[in-house]
Design a protein around this ligand. Structure first.
Ligand code: SF4
Length: 507
């Protein structure tokens, strides 16, 4: 498959951006535990810690070595599970999943972990990431008789795992399955007697191994899940590694050549991961503070105070303040109880939706030269609202700084960025953006500065949303809802893709 640019550049303008969400959405969080009498309860707490990675649905599958016990629901973890439900999730092993839909709609059928009862026994799977060859694989599997229940790409992995084992047995089926899928995936897989963790050969998404004091093994998307359940961090699952945990302990299988290009998602450090997590031996909080320090070295501004856009800009603003000596003030106060708004999105309502999340302490900024620090400007509308409220409160100057470079391209590896035409930096000049924000100045952290703050080499990262260099080729017609569109029209995928190509050409 050829490398293609993700979508035709559009002609969107800042003024046309009317959405309320200021940040790309998270994708998913996965958790697994093997060998603990309270497996379901611990999975529940693990998911609680991973809630930031997905808020649309969640699920837990447990096993006592004979049966699977399953509960999935829509919404937040504490709304889906209670003591009664957790009591029904029997057994000493379990996996769990929190979901934000990156492929397939948000509904209960698509909630994970997915389960199957096949010739090999029972298999459950939780997936974080996006498969870039999902459409072609699904077409192939369906032509061979596979019947799909959902519209998520993760089900393809279940079907590949359920294929009859060749002469190499169970382990070789697993290796063959992961060698067929492409893109980003960190997986937890549960069978009646094993917990398995898999990370794609590029290592796009994090996955770590921990251990409880009773010897139980734990897998989690982020190490913050270990802290709550008092598991000790052992190590990260390596890119391309399969870890198989059973009564004999943990064994490791390398399913790919070791020289595969690493491509960890740098936006995990910038925004997605929790600051109390450690990724690739670096604490996310410290990396973000270093990004702020670097920002101060690259953009020296005469100002009176540095203000973060909470919570995502907190660490970088602190770093800027420490490096520059300019006092740090929490002038924006976040309302933690804002849920989704169901009011009709008129411009009048949108303005309230943007303002309801953050309230400004006007006294702190009146007559001051203010620097505000955020982790990204995607569509620009919320940043503009922050500048407006600062100026309305009497700030003398407002300088906007961003702790990463401009986002120029969408993500095809599991982050729900808007299409290119809605990315402000992709369709406007630096000066146009500054004027739209009504800021006195605008500055971004450089690509080199961002990478340097992580302490890892540049070639260990995916930077595609910044530099357009996609480390894994992808199908340019694949998007979040392709499975549903295809099902609705009842045509073959080949027909679907051909029709969309024609449509694109017509445009
Ligand atoms: S394109 Fe951006 S958001 Fe997507 S995986 Fe790469 S660095 Fe992360």
């Amino acid at each position: 498959m050829q490398k293609k640019s993700p979508s035709p550049s559009g002609s969107g303008s800042p003024q046309s951006a009317g959405h309320v969400h200021s940040h790309p959405k998270h994708y998913c969080g996965v958790f697994g535990i093997y060998g603990h009498p309270n497996a379901a309860e611990l999975t529940y707490y693990g998911l609680y810690q991973l809630q930031h990675r997905g808020q649309e649905s969640a699920g837990i599958v447990s096993t006592d070595g004979r049966q699977f016990y399953v509960h999935r629901g829509m919404g937040l973890v504490p709304n889906i599970f209670n003591g009664e439900v957790l009591h029904t999730l029997i057994g000493s092993s379990a996996i769990g999943h929190t979901r934000y839909s990156t492929t397939g709609s948000s509904n209960l059928v698509n909630a994970q972990p997915l389960t199957v009862d096949c010739g090999k026994g029972k298999i459950a799977i939780g997936h974080n990431g996006n498969l870039t060859n999902a459409a072609a694989l699904r077409e192939e599997l369906e032509s061979r008789g596979s019947i799909f229940q959902t519209t998520v790409d993760s089900e393809i992995i279940v079907h590949l795992l359920a294929l009859p084992a060749g002469s190499g047995g169970h382990e070789s089926t697993l290796i063959n399955a992961v060698r067929r899928i492409e893109g980003a995936y960190s997986l937890v897989i549960l069978t009646e007697n094993e917990l398995i963790g898999v990370r794609d050969p590029h290592g796009f998404r994090p996955l770590s191994i921990g251990r409880m004091s009773n010897g139980a093994f734990v897998l989690a998307s982020e190490t913050c899940a270990f802290d709550l359940i008092q598991a000790e961090f052992i190590r990260d699952v390596e890119p391309g590694e399969i870890v198989i945990i059973d009564t004999n302990g943990l064994r490791s299988v390398q399913a790919f050549p070791e020289h595969t290009r690493r491509a960890f998602c740098i936006f995990e450090y910038v925004y997605f991961a929790r600051p109390d997590s450690n990724i690739s031996n670096r604490n996310v909080y410290r990396v973000r503070v270093d990004m702020g320090r670097q920002l101060a070295r690259e953009h020296r501004i005469e100002a009176d105070i540095v203000v973060p856009v909470p919570d995502s800009g907190n660490c970088a603003a602190l770093g800027y303040s420490l490096e520059s000596g300019i006092p740090f003030e929490m002038a924006f106060v976040r309302n933690h109880y804002v849920g989704r708004s169901f009011l009709q999105p008129s411009q009048f309502i949108r303005d309230f939706n943007v303002r309801v999340k953050l309230n400004l302490i006007g006294d702190l900024v009146r007559g001051k030269r203010v620097i505000i620090v955020d982790d990204s400007i995607v569509r620009g509308t919320t940043s503009k609202a922050r500048v407006t409220s600062l100026k309305e409160a009497g700030a003398k100057e407002v300088h906007v700084l961003v702790s990463c470079p401009p986002h120029m391209n969408p993500c095809v590896y599991g982050i729900d960025f808007p299409e290119r035409s809605k990315l402000m930096a992709a369709t406007n000049t630096h000066e146009e953006i500054r004027r739209f924000l009504n800021a006195d100045s605008l500055g971004y952290l450089s690509l080199d500065g961002m990478v340097a703050a992580t302490g890892h080499p540049r070639n260990s990262f995916c930077l595609a949303c910044y530099d357009g260099q996609y480390p894994v080729a992808f199908d340019p017609l694949m998007d979040k809802h392709i499975m549903e569109r295809r099902r609705a029209r009842g045509g073959g995928l080949g027909l679907e893709l051909a029709a969309e190509s024609r449509h694109q050409r017509l445009l």
